[in-house]
Design a protein around this ligand. Structure first.
Ligand code: BEZ
Length: 407
Protein backbone atom coordinates (compact mmCIF):
# COMPACT_ATOMS: atom_id res chain seq x y z
CA UNK A 1 0.00 0.00 0.00
CA UNK A 2 1.32 3.47 -0.81
CA UNK A 3 2.21 5.79 2.07
CA UNK A 4 -0.87 7.96 1.65
CA UNK A 5 -4.06 8.09 -0.39
CA UNK A 6 -4.56 11.67 -1.62
CA UNK A 7 -8.05 13.05 -0.93
CA UNK A 8 -8.25 14.12 -4.57
CA UNK A 9 -8.47 10.52 -5.76
CA UNK A 10 -11.97 9.66 -7.00
CA UNK A 11 -14.06 7.27 -4.90
CA UNK A 12 -14.58 5.01 -7.92
CA UNK A 13 -10.91 4.66 -8.85
CA UNK A 14 -9.96 4.14 -5.20
CA UNK A 15 -12.49 1.34 -4.82
CA UNK A 16 -11.23 -0.25 -8.04
CA UNK A 17 -7.66 -0.08 -6.74
CA UNK A 18 -8.59 -1.33 -3.29
CA UNK A 19 -10.67 -4.31 -4.43
CA UNK A 20 -13.87 -5.78 -3.04
CA UNK A 21 -13.33 -5.44 0.70
CA UNK A 22 -12.92 -1.71 0.44
CA UNK A 23 -16.40 -1.38 -1.01
CA UNK A 24 -17.87 -2.13 2.42
CA UNK A 25 -16.05 0.81 4.06
CA UNK A 26 -16.99 4.50 4.01
CA UNK A 27 -14.56 6.83 2.23
CA UNK A 28 -13.42 8.61 5.43
CA UNK A 29 -12.80 5.24 7.06
CA UNK A 30 -10.67 4.12 4.13
CA UNK A 31 -8.72 7.35 4.01
CA UNK A 32 -8.19 7.34 7.76
CA UNK A 33 -6.96 3.78 7.77
CA UNK A 34 -4.52 4.42 4.93
CA UNK A 35 -3.18 7.91 5.61
CA UNK A 36 0.43 7.78 6.64
CA UNK A 37 0.42 3.97 6.76
CA UNK A 38 3.69 2.16 6.25
CA UNK A 39 6.95 2.63 8.04
CA UNK A 40 9.45 4.12 5.61
CA UNK A 41 10.28 7.46 4.01
CA UNK A 42 9.99 10.91 5.61
CA UNK A 43 7.29 11.62 8.20
CA UNK A 44 5.45 14.83 7.37
CA UNK A 45 3.93 16.56 10.42
CA UNK A 46 1.38 19.34 9.89
CA UNK A 47 1.79 22.22 12.36
CA UNK A 48 -1.25 24.48 12.79
CA UNK A 49 -0.38 27.48 14.96
CA UNK A 50 -1.04 31.22 15.22
CA UNK A 51 1.93 33.14 13.87
CA UNK A 52 -0.02 36.40 13.79
CA UNK A 53 -2.52 38.27 16.03
CA UNK A 54 -2.60 38.19 19.86
CA UNK A 55 -1.45 34.56 20.21
CA UNK A 56 1.54 34.83 17.81
CA UNK A 57 4.17 34.51 20.56
CA UNK A 58 2.45 31.36 21.84
CA UNK A 59 2.78 29.82 18.37
CA UNK A 60 6.44 30.82 18.14
CA UNK A 61 7.28 29.33 21.54
CA UNK A 62 5.59 26.02 20.74
CA UNK A 63 7.33 25.83 17.36
CA UNK A 64 10.81 26.69 18.62
CA UNK A 65 10.68 24.15 21.45
CA UNK A 66 9.43 21.40 19.12
CA UNK A 67 12.21 22.20 16.68
CA UNK A 68 14.71 22.18 19.53
CA UNK A 69 13.59 18.71 20.69
CA UNK A 70 13.64 17.28 17.16
CA UNK A 71 17.06 18.80 16.41
CA UNK A 72 18.41 17.12 19.55
CA UNK A 73 17.34 13.70 18.21
CA UNK A 74 18.78 14.33 14.75
CA UNK A 75 15.47 15.30 13.12
CA UNK A 76 14.57 11.65 12.80
CA UNK A 77 11.81 9.59 14.40
CA UNK A 78 12.10 5.82 14.50
CA UNK A 79 14.74 6.06 11.78
CA UNK A 80 12.57 8.20 9.47
CA UNK A 81 13.44 11.85 8.69
CA UNK A 82 10.88 14.42 9.93
CA UNK A 83 9.45 17.28 7.92
CA UNK A 84 7.44 19.96 9.78
CA UNK A 85 4.99 21.83 7.52
CA UNK A 86 3.83 24.97 9.35
CA UNK A 87 0.68 26.97 8.67
CA UNK A 88 -0.61 30.16 10.34
CA UNK A 89 -4.14 29.71 11.72
CA UNK A 90 -4.29 33.32 12.99
CA UNK A 91 -7.11 33.05 15.60
CA UNK A 92 -9.61 32.26 12.90
CA UNK A 93 -11.49 28.94 12.72
CA UNK A 94 -12.25 29.44 9.00
CA UNK A 95 -8.62 30.06 8.14
CA UNK A 96 -7.64 27.05 10.27
CA UNK A 97 -10.10 24.83 8.37
CA UNK A 98 -8.52 25.80 5.04
CA UNK A 99 -5.02 25.24 6.37
CA UNK A 100 -5.93 21.84 7.85
CA UNK A 101 -7.39 20.69 4.54
CA UNK A 102 -4.29 21.88 2.71
CA UNK A 103 -2.00 19.99 5.11
CA UNK A 104 -4.00 16.76 4.98
CA UNK A 105 -5.24 16.69 1.40
CA UNK A 106 -2.37 18.33 -0.49
CA UNK A 107 0.70 17.89 1.68
CA UNK A 108 -0.50 14.49 2.90
CA UNK A 109 0.84 14.90 6.41
CA UNK A 110 0.75 11.86 8.70
CA UNK A 111 -0.90 13.85 11.50
CA UNK A 112 -1.47 17.37 12.79
CA UNK A 113 -0.09 19.12 15.84
CA UNK A 114 -0.35 22.63 17.30
CA UNK A 115 -3.60 24.63 17.73
CA UNK A 116 -3.68 27.33 20.39
CA UNK A 117 -7.24 28.65 20.48
CA UNK A 118 -10.20 26.61 21.73
CA UNK A 119 -12.34 28.25 19.05
CA UNK A 120 -10.01 26.91 16.35
CA UNK A 121 -9.92 23.43 17.92
CA UNK A 122 -13.71 23.33 18.24
CA UNK A 123 -14.06 24.31 14.58
CA UNK A 124 -11.73 21.51 13.47
CA UNK A 125 -13.13 18.75 15.68
CA UNK A 126 -15.54 17.30 13.12
CA UNK A 127 -12.94 17.41 10.35
CA UNK A 128 -10.49 15.41 12.46
CA UNK A 129 -13.18 13.00 13.63
CA UNK A 130 -14.95 12.42 10.32
CA UNK A 131 -11.72 11.97 8.34
CA UNK A 132 -9.81 10.08 11.03
CA UNK A 133 -7.01 12.64 11.14
CA UNK A 134 -4.95 12.43 14.33
CA UNK A 135 -4.42 15.78 16.10
CA UNK A 136 -1.90 15.99 18.94
CA UNK A 137 -2.92 19.37 20.34
CA UNK A 138 -0.20 21.37 22.07
CA UNK A 139 -2.33 24.08 23.68
CA UNK A 140 -6.08 24.71 23.13
CA UNK A 141 -7.83 23.53 26.29
CA UNK A 142 -11.52 23.36 25.23
CA UNK A 143 -13.14 21.14 27.88
CA UNK A 144 -15.60 19.67 25.40
CA UNK A 145 -12.82 17.76 23.61
CA UNK A 146 -12.30 15.72 26.80
CA UNK A 147 -16.04 15.42 27.42
CA UNK A 148 -19.14 15.51 25.18
CA UNK A 149 -17.20 16.19 21.96
CA UNK A 150 -14.41 13.69 22.66
CA UNK A 151 -13.06 11.84 19.62
CA UNK A 152 -10.29 9.21 19.49
CA UNK A 153 -8.49 11.46 17.01
CA UNK A 154 -7.82 14.47 19.28
CA UNK A 155 -5.34 14.11 22.16
CA UNK A 156 -3.75 16.89 24.15
CA UNK A 157 -0.26 17.28 25.58
CA UNK A 158 -1.17 20.59 27.24
CA UNK A 159 -4.12 20.84 29.68
CA UNK A 160 -7.88 21.23 29.69
CA UNK A 161 -9.39 24.62 30.44
CA UNK A 162 -10.95 23.10 33.55
CA UNK A 163 -7.59 22.58 35.29
CA UNK A 164 -6.25 26.04 36.17
CA UNK A 165 -9.55 27.78 37.05
CA UNK A 166 -10.87 24.85 39.08
CA UNK A 167 -7.64 24.75 41.09
CA UNK A 168 -7.73 28.53 41.58
CA UNK A 169 -11.38 28.58 42.70
CA UNK A 170 -10.61 26.43 45.72
CA UNK A 171 -7.30 28.16 46.43
CA UNK A 172 -8.74 31.70 46.20
CA UNK A 173 -11.74 30.93 48.44
CA UNK A 174 -9.43 29.43 51.06
CA UNK A 175 -6.66 32.04 50.86
CA UNK A 176 -8.06 35.37 49.63
CA UNK A 177 -11.80 35.96 50.03
CA UNK A 178 -15.32 34.76 49.40
CA UNK A 179 -16.62 37.27 46.82
CA UNK A 180 -15.20 37.17 43.29
CA UNK A 181 -15.82 38.87 39.96
CA UNK A 182 -14.66 37.08 36.81
CA UNK A 183 -13.25 38.68 33.65
CA UNK A 184 -12.75 36.59 30.48
CA UNK A 185 -12.61 37.05 26.71
CA UNK A 186 -15.87 36.19 25.01
CA UNK A 187 -15.04 32.82 23.43
CA UNK A 188 -15.00 29.12 24.30
CA UNK A 189 -11.92 29.15 26.55
CA UNK A 190 -13.34 32.11 28.48
CA UNK A 191 -16.57 30.20 29.15
CA UNK A 192 -14.64 27.12 30.31
CA UNK A 193 -12.79 29.36 32.77
CA UNK A 194 -16.04 30.86 34.09
CA UNK A 195 -17.47 27.38 34.72
CA UNK A 196 -14.33 25.85 36.24
CA UNK A 197 -13.65 28.74 38.63
CA UNK A 198 -17.30 29.16 39.63
CA UNK A 199 -17.79 25.48 40.43
CA UNK A 200 -14.88 25.12 42.83
CA UNK A 201 -15.16 28.65 44.29
CA UNK A 202 -18.80 28.09 45.18
CA UNK A 203 -18.07 24.59 46.50
CA UNK A 204 -15.53 26.21 48.87
CA UNK A 205 -18.17 28.67 50.15
CA UNK A 206 -17.52 31.54 47.73
CA UNK A 207 -19.98 33.73 45.81
CA UNK A 208 -19.58 35.04 42.25
CA UNK A 209 -20.76 38.67 42.23
CA UNK A 210 -20.31 39.25 38.50
CA UNK A 211 -19.00 37.84 35.21
CA UNK A 212 -17.47 40.18 32.64
CA UNK A 213 -17.06 39.04 29.02
CA UNK A 214 -14.76 41.23 26.94
CA UNK A 215 -14.49 41.32 23.10
CA UNK A 216 -12.16 38.65 21.64
CA UNK A 217 -9.46 38.75 20.35
CA UNK A 218 -9.04 42.47 21.02
CA UNK A 219 -10.60 43.97 24.13
CA UNK A 220 -10.57 47.53 22.77
CA UNK A 221 -10.88 50.26 25.42
CA UNK A 222 -10.21 48.53 28.75
CA UNK A 223 -11.33 51.43 30.98
CA UNK A 224 -15.06 50.53 31.25
CA UNK A 225 -14.12 46.96 32.14
CA UNK A 226 -11.74 48.13 34.86
CA UNK A 227 -14.43 50.42 36.27
CA UNK A 228 -16.86 47.50 36.44
CA UNK A 229 -14.30 45.38 38.32
CA UNK A 230 -13.58 48.20 40.77
CA UNK A 231 -17.27 48.79 41.52
CA UNK A 232 -18.34 45.14 41.91
CA UNK A 233 -17.86 44.91 45.68
CA UNK A 234 -15.64 41.85 45.21
CA UNK A 235 -12.79 40.62 47.44
CA UNK A 236 -10.88 39.46 44.37
CA UNK A 237 -10.84 39.24 40.58
CA UNK A 238 -10.36 35.98 38.65
CA UNK A 239 -9.27 36.49 35.01
CA UNK A 240 -8.26 34.43 31.99
CA UNK A 241 -6.27 36.20 29.27
CA UNK A 242 -3.19 35.21 27.28
CA UNK A 243 -0.69 36.68 24.82
CA UNK A 244 -1.34 40.28 23.74
CA UNK A 245 -4.65 40.38 25.64
CA UNK A 246 -2.85 39.50 28.90
CA UNK A 247 -0.54 42.49 28.46
CA UNK A 248 -3.54 44.75 27.78
CA UNK A 249 -5.48 43.50 30.82
CA UNK A 250 -2.67 43.53 33.40
CA UNK A 251 -1.39 46.94 32.24
CA UNK A 252 -4.89 48.44 32.40
CA UNK A 253 -5.49 46.87 35.85
CA UNK A 254 -2.40 48.68 37.11
CA UNK A 255 -3.08 51.97 35.28
CA UNK A 256 -6.57 52.05 36.77
CA UNK A 257 -5.13 51.76 40.30
CA UNK A 258 -6.46 48.25 40.99
CA UNK A 259 -3.08 46.45 41.30
CA UNK A 260 -2.26 45.99 44.97
CA UNK A 261 -5.78 47.14 45.96
CA UNK A 262 -8.07 44.39 44.64
CA UNK A 263 -6.31 40.98 44.65
CA UNK A 264 -5.87 39.62 41.13
CA UNK A 265 -5.99 35.86 40.50
CA UNK A 266 -5.86 34.09 37.15
CA UNK A 267 -5.11 31.05 35.06
CA UNK A 268 -1.31 31.32 34.90
CA UNK A 269 -1.15 32.03 31.14
CA UNK A 270 -1.97 35.66 31.99
CA UNK A 271 1.34 36.20 33.80
CA UNK A 272 3.60 33.76 31.96
CA UNK A 273 7.18 34.38 30.91
CA UNK A 274 6.08 35.46 27.40
CA UNK A 275 4.21 38.49 28.78
CA UNK A 276 5.91 39.33 32.12
CA UNK A 277 8.65 41.50 30.54
CA UNK A 278 5.99 43.67 28.84
CA UNK A 279 3.79 43.82 31.95
CA UNK A 280 6.68 44.71 34.28
CA UNK A 281 5.87 45.58 37.88
CA UNK A 282 2.17 45.84 37.03
CA UNK A 283 2.08 42.04 37.37
CA UNK A 284 3.72 41.91 40.83
CA UNK A 285 1.67 39.98 43.38
CA UNK A 286 -0.67 38.37 40.83
CA UNK A 287 -1.63 34.89 42.02
CA UNK A 288 -2.17 32.14 39.49
CA UNK A 289 -2.52 28.40 39.02
CA UNK A 290 -0.78 26.51 36.22
CA UNK A 291 0.93 23.21 35.38
CA UNK A 292 4.45 24.71 35.14
CA UNK A 293 6.61 27.53 36.45
CA UNK A 294 9.97 28.79 35.27
CA UNK A 295 11.31 28.35 38.81
CA UNK A 296 10.36 24.67 39.20
CA UNK A 297 13.54 23.04 40.43
CA UNK A 298 13.90 19.62 38.86
CA UNK A 299 16.61 18.21 36.60
CA UNK A 300 14.37 18.15 33.49
CA UNK A 301 13.26 21.78 33.92
CA UNK A 302 16.76 23.05 34.58
CA UNK A 303 18.05 21.33 31.41
CA UNK A 304 15.04 22.50 29.35
CA UNK A 305 15.46 26.16 30.40
CA UNK A 306 19.19 26.12 29.64
CA UNK A 307 18.69 24.44 26.26
CA UNK A 308 15.82 26.72 25.24
CA UNK A 309 17.75 29.87 26.14
CA UNK A 310 20.67 28.67 24.00
CA UNK A 311 18.37 27.63 21.11
CA UNK A 312 15.90 30.54 21.06
CA UNK A 313 17.90 33.31 22.72
CA UNK A 314 15.17 34.00 25.29
CA UNK A 315 13.67 32.48 28.41
CA UNK A 316 11.34 29.50 28.16
CA UNK A 317 7.63 29.90 28.90
CA UNK A 318 4.77 27.45 29.42
CA UNK A 319 4.01 27.32 25.69
CA UNK A 320 7.59 26.32 24.93
CA UNK A 321 7.26 23.64 27.62
CA UNK A 322 4.15 22.32 25.87
CA UNK A 323 5.87 22.30 22.47
CA UNK A 324 8.79 20.41 23.98
CA UNK A 325 6.54 17.83 25.62
CA UNK A 326 4.50 17.50 22.42
CA UNK A 327 7.66 16.55 20.52
CA UNK A 328 8.50 14.10 23.32
CA UNK A 329 5.03 12.50 23.04
CA UNK A 330 5.38 12.25 19.23
CA UNK A 331 8.82 10.66 19.67
CA UNK A 332 7.47 8.10 22.15
CA UNK A 333 4.34 7.40 20.07
CA UNK A 334 6.38 6.60 16.94
CA UNK A 335 8.85 4.48 18.92
CA UNK A 336 5.86 2.43 20.06
CA UNK A 337 4.56 2.04 16.49
CA UNK A 338 8.12 1.46 15.21
CA UNK A 339 7.68 4.41 12.86
CA UNK A 340 4.33 3.28 11.45
CA UNK A 341 1.98 6.25 10.97
CA UNK A 342 -1.23 4.28 10.40
CA UNK A 343 -3.73 6.35 12.38
CA UNK A 344 -5.19 3.59 14.53
CA UNK A 345 -1.71 2.42 15.55
CA UNK A 346 -0.74 5.97 16.54
CA UNK A 347 -3.96 6.44 18.55
CA UNK A 348 -3.42 3.16 20.38
CA UNK A 349 0.21 4.10 21.12
CA UNK A 350 -0.72 7.39 22.80
CA UNK A 351 -2.61 5.77 25.64
CA UNK A 352 -0.58 5.88 28.84
CA UNK A 353 2.56 7.58 27.53
CA UNK A 354 4.35 8.90 30.60
CA UNK A 355 7.68 10.52 31.42
CA UNK A 356 9.36 12.98 33.75
CA UNK A 357 8.62 16.34 32.14
CA UNK A 358 10.04 19.74 33.10
CA UNK A 359 6.53 20.31 34.52
CA UNK A 360 6.84 17.25 36.83
CA UNK A 361 5.32 13.79 36.29
CA UNK A 362 3.41 13.66 32.96
CA UNK A 363 1.01 10.89 31.91
CA UNK A 364 -1.54 10.82 29.08
CA UNK A 365 -4.86 9.86 30.64
CA UNK A 366 -6.97 7.55 28.47
CA UNK A 367 -10.28 9.00 29.70
CA UNK A 368 -9.69 12.72 29.12
CA UNK A 369 -7.05 12.19 26.39
CA UNK A 370 -5.10 14.95 28.15
CA UNK A 371 -2.27 14.89 30.69
CA UNK A 372 -2.52 13.97 34.32
CA UNK A 373 -0.16 16.53 35.85
CA UNK A 374 0.53 18.65 38.92
CA UNK A 375 -0.99 22.09 39.34
CA UNK A 376 0.97 24.80 41.12
CA UNK A 377 -0.25 27.91 42.98
CA UNK A 378 2.09 30.74 41.97
CA UNK A 379 2.86 34.36 42.88
CA UNK A 380 4.61 36.93 40.65
CA UNK A 381 7.70 38.19 42.48
CA UNK A 382 11.02 39.72 41.55
CA UNK A 383 13.70 36.99 41.65
CA UNK A 384 17.32 37.95 41.00
CA UNK A 385 16.27 40.95 38.94
CA UNK A 386 13.59 39.22 36.84
CA UNK A 387 9.86 38.78 37.39
CA UNK A 388 9.08 35.12 38.00
CA UNK A 389 6.14 33.00 39.17
CA UNK A 390 7.35 31.76 42.54
CA UNK A 391 5.63 28.62 43.80
CA UNK A 392 3.31 29.01 46.78
CA UNK A 393 2.28 25.36 46.83
CA UNK A 394 2.14 22.18 44.78
CA UNK A 395 -1.58 21.44 44.54
CA UNK A 396 -0.93 17.84 43.53
CA UNK A 397 -1.73 15.62 40.58
CA UNK A 398 -4.78 16.71 38.60
CA UNK A 399 -6.72 14.94 35.89
CA UNK A 400 -9.75 16.28 34.01
CA UNK A 401 -12.89 14.48 35.29
CA UNK A 402 -14.08 14.04 31.69
CA UNK A 403 -17.59 14.89 32.81
CA UNK A 404 -19.33 18.28 33.15
CA UNK A 405 -21.12 17.23 36.34
CA UNK A 406 -17.81 16.98 38.15
CA UNK A 407 -16.37 20.36 37.30
C1 BEZ B 1 -7.51 28.37 24.63
O1 BEZ B 1 -8.11 29.00 23.73
O2 BEZ B 1 -7.92 27.27 25.03
C2 BEZ B 1 -6.29 28.99 25.26
C3 BEZ B 1 -5.62 30.01 24.63
C4 BEZ B 1 -4.50 30.55 25.22
C5 BEZ B 1 -4.03 30.06 26.43
C6 BEZ B 1 -4.71 29.03 27.06
C7 BEZ B 1 -5.85 28.49 26.47
Amino acid sequence: MSERIPFTISRRSFLQMAGGTAAALSMPAILGACRGGGASGPIKIGVLLPYSDIYAVLGESITQAMEMYFAAIGNELAGRPIELIKEDTEINPDVAQQKARKLVEQDEVAFITGIVSSGVLGGLRDYFNDNKVLCICSNAGANALSRAAKTPYVWRTSFTNWMAPFAMGTWAANNIGKKAIISVPDYAAGEDNVTGFTNSFEAAGGEIVGVQRTPFPNMGDAAPFMAELADAGADLVYAFYSGGAAVTFVTAYNDFGLAGQLPLTCAGFMVEEDVLPAQGNAALGTKSTLHWSYVLDNAQNNQFKTDFKAFAGRDADVFALQGYDTAHVIDEMLRRTEGDTAVDKMVEALDGISFDSPRGPFKLDANSQAPEQSMYARDVQSVEGALRNTILSDLGLTVDPGDNSKG
